[in-house]
Design a protein around this ligand. Structure first.
Ligand code: GTP
Ligand code: SPV
Ligand code: MN
Length: 652
């Protein structure tokens, strides 16, 4: 049996991007099914891996299969090929950085086309009130799931290469980690997965050695024949995008988009949607949370996890430069946390990712210098603007533009500061950078045991009514606060306008199973902890985004948020520095450090808790539960809402 390996890489050929058509390949390398293995040895793989590859090949009918090893040389070859295809543009101002401009119809996650497939609808989603559209995820039946695949995938990789990407979410070999294999026809996705996950032979070896189960991820940008491909350099099929998850098979299938969470399948699809279902089965939590370490002036260090909806400040908080002297922030992760109790009942978290896929606009030397330092090496930027000196530009970097430098916007059109009316960078433009590049990456960010979590923060964009910070009175109250979270919509998904949406636990787009069951699971974490004689983390709600009557932020945010962390640390240490309010505990006036603040803060407005506002808020939460969650709502959560209503009603 000849080894089906071709040592020569063909992607060097001109125009050999995603849609490279095969030229002659030696027939002796073609196996019976008509494809050539151009890298890797399929026969050395465990049967279940081999089967997954062969079934996918049978369906997608690629000309070639490349089993990725994750090596430097392999990455260089893909990069070169993407440059030749025009998918990537070099950025000579920085080291090993590139810009991708997408098809303008493929710029964000597509929540309306994202589905969870279970035998029964109620396993995946809550049952909304009759006549009401559910907003807590979309269910698809097993039959429609199969049909969706069969209507899109057969032959979708004809004439092209199928890449097999073994990856680990979490440090390779950690007891908290899980592995996956993504099959994709996009080299851009392969290069992104290499940044965002631990990817390559190391992971495949782990799968072979320990015969571990892997999450099956199948991705295609779509068929060029669909006629909807407007840009050769960014193939996609926007009209037929679909993102499917089948938890019982640990399976993800994504078609038509190459953007972010739609295509980098280790991230939202695996680490959150499939991850949350595994976590429910195994008794842990998979959450849309940053993880940071904070050291205070006396040298003690605590770790905090925080759930904010997409584009609401996780990356910024995770990499914050504190303005309070003597404080140090270190970053463990900026988007996802997997958390589990250890044998002592201490909640521990790992960041399952290996990189940051961060929002570019708003990131600057003033707001997030650590991110700015992170992105000047080994980064793929997507949909930011380009400068004539080989660099990047986005809203927030206005003062970095040197005289004479011209700007090209994310669509490829000339753009002029102060003149052009449209944004230079797409509002959801991103940087994709290795976490190890971050100057404040935490020593323990790859600790296989995870870091101990002392507090969980919830927060969102609440221009009105919600104070800078308040603390939950207990765990159940904390779970309630998370379930009742609301936030202004952002460009991270397809929602239009700035409406205040419910986004419970910052997970609305990412639940892998029924939200009511998810809340029950959260409530049960306390029992798990008690059995182990542990201490539950404290829960807080923060809001950096409250505005005054003129629409100006009441709080400077960013590094100044260290003042809020300082108060949280005092509470973790048990200091009695809070006042009780109907919505929770708020800092006593002297306990929130405001020394040396550069601007005048209207504390009264920032912390005001209005009876009318909160009566309405409680009513809206009730309507939301009734309309969206129905009988799946745990009674403890309804009780918490009743308690809130009663406390607010008693206000003067
Ligand atoms: P995803 O990657 O989509 O999950 O987003 P994220 O939660 O990591 O949000 P990120 O930190 O990238 O911030 C999104 C936007 O919010 C950026 O434009 C930031 O500049 C802005 N932002 C972050 N923190 C603050 C803050 O404390 N105050 C204000 N006013 N804006 C902030
Ligand atoms: C988010 O939208 O929460 C992101 C970006 O982190 S994406 O990976 O595209 O989902
Ligand atoms: Mn996110």
């Amino acid at each position: 049996m000849p080894q089906l390996i071709e040592k020569v890489y063909t992607p060097f050929q001109k125009n050999a991007g995603h849609y490279a058509t095969t030229t002659s390949t030696p027939s002796k390398f073609n196996n019976v099914r008509g494809y050539t293995i151009v890298n890797g040895d399929i026969n050395s793989l465990p049967l279940k891996v081999k089967n997954f590859i062969e079934e996918s090949a049978l369906l997608c009918q690629p000309d070639k299969i490349h089993i990725c090893d994750g090596s430097e040389i392999e990455n260089e070859i893909f990069t070169k090929s993407l440059l030749e295809a025009g998918t990537l543009i070099p950025l000579p101002k920085y080291q090993n950085c590139y810009l991708a401009r997408t098809n303008p119809a493929d710029v964000a996650r597509v929540e309306s086309k994202t589905f969870i497939c279970t035998p029964h609808r109620e396993q995946a989603v809550c049952t909304p009130r009759p006549g009401i559209q559910g907003t807590l995820g979309h269910w698809i039946s097993p039959k429609d799931y199969d049909d969706a695949i069969m209507n899109r995938f057969p032959g979708c990789m004809k004439g092209r290469t199928m890449y097999v990407v073994p990856f680990s979410m979490g440090p390779v070999g950690s007891p908290l980690s899980k592995v996956g294999i993504e099959i994709t026809d996009s080299q851009y996705v392969v290069c992104s997965m290499r940044i965002m996950t631990r990817m390559g032979s190391l992971v495949m070896d782990e799968i072979i050695k320990n015969n571990v189960d892997f999450v099956k991820c199948l991705h295609s940008v779509g068929t060029p024949e669909s006629g909807k491909v407007a840009m050769e350099s960014w193939p996609c099929d926007p009209d037929r995008v679909i993102i499917l998850h089948k938890p019982e098979n640990n399976e993800i299938v994504s078609y038509g988009s190459a953007y972010g969470g739609n295509a980098i399948l280790g991230k939202k699809c695996f680490a959150l949607r499939i991850g949350s279902t595994i976590a429910q089965r195994e008794g842990w939590l998979a959450e849309h949370m940053l993880i940071l370490g904070v050291t205070c002036p006396n040298g003690t260090k605590k770790y905090i996890a925080a759930a904010f909806p997409s584009a609401c400040g996780k990356t910024n908080l995770a990499m914050m430069t504190p303005t309070l002297p003597g404080y140090k922030i270190e970053c463990v992760g900026d988007d996802i946390a997997w958390m589990k109790f250890d044998a002592q009942g201490q909640l521990r978290a790992i960041n399952p990712e290996n990189g940051f896929f961060g929002v570019a606009p708003g990131t600057s030397f003033e707001t997030n210098p650590n991110a700015m330092e992170t992105v000047v090496r080994d980064t793929i930027f997507t949909n930011v603007a380009y400068t004539s000196d080989g660099g990047v530009f986005w809203e927030g970097l206005e003062n970095t533009i040197k005289p004479g430098v011209t700007i090209t916007d994310w669509l490829g059109n000339p753009w002029e500061l102060g003149v052009s009316k449209t944004p230079a960078a797409h509002p959801n433009s991103r940087f994709c950078s290795p976490a190890s590049n971050c100057p404040i990456i935490d020593d323990k960010w790859e600790d296989p045991e995870g870091v101990p979590i002392s507090a969980i923060l919830f927060g969102g964009r609440r221009p009105e009514g919600v104070p800078l910070i308040y603390e939950a009175m207990n765990w159940q109250h904390g779970v309630f606060i998370g379930s009742a979270m609301r936030s202004e919509s952002t460009a991270a998904a397809e929602h239009k306008g700035k409406v205040i949406m419910h986004d419970p636990m910052a997970m609305r787009p990412f639940f892998g199973y029924n939200f009511g069951h998810y809340l029950k699971h959260w409530l049960e974490m306390e029992e798990q902890c008690n059995k182990l004689n542990g201490t539950m983390p404290k829960v807080f709600h923060v809001n950096w985004f409250r505005k005054d009557k003129n629409g100006k932020f009441l709080w400077p945010g960013y590094g100044e948020n260290s003042r809020v962390l300082d108060w949280i640390l005092k509470r973790i240490d048990g200091f009695d520095c809070y006042d009780e309010t109907p919505i929770g505990y708020v800092p006593t006036p002297e306990s929130l450090r405001l020394d040396n603040l550069k601007s005048q803060i209207n504390l009264k407005e920032l912390f005001s808790i209005e009876r009318e506002f909160w009566l309405k808020e409680a009513e809206q939460i009730q309507t939301y539960y009734d309309n969206q969650v129905g009988t799946d709502l745990p009674k403890q959560i309804q009780q918490q809402l009743n308690n809130l209503k009663a406390r607010v009603e008693k206000m003067q």
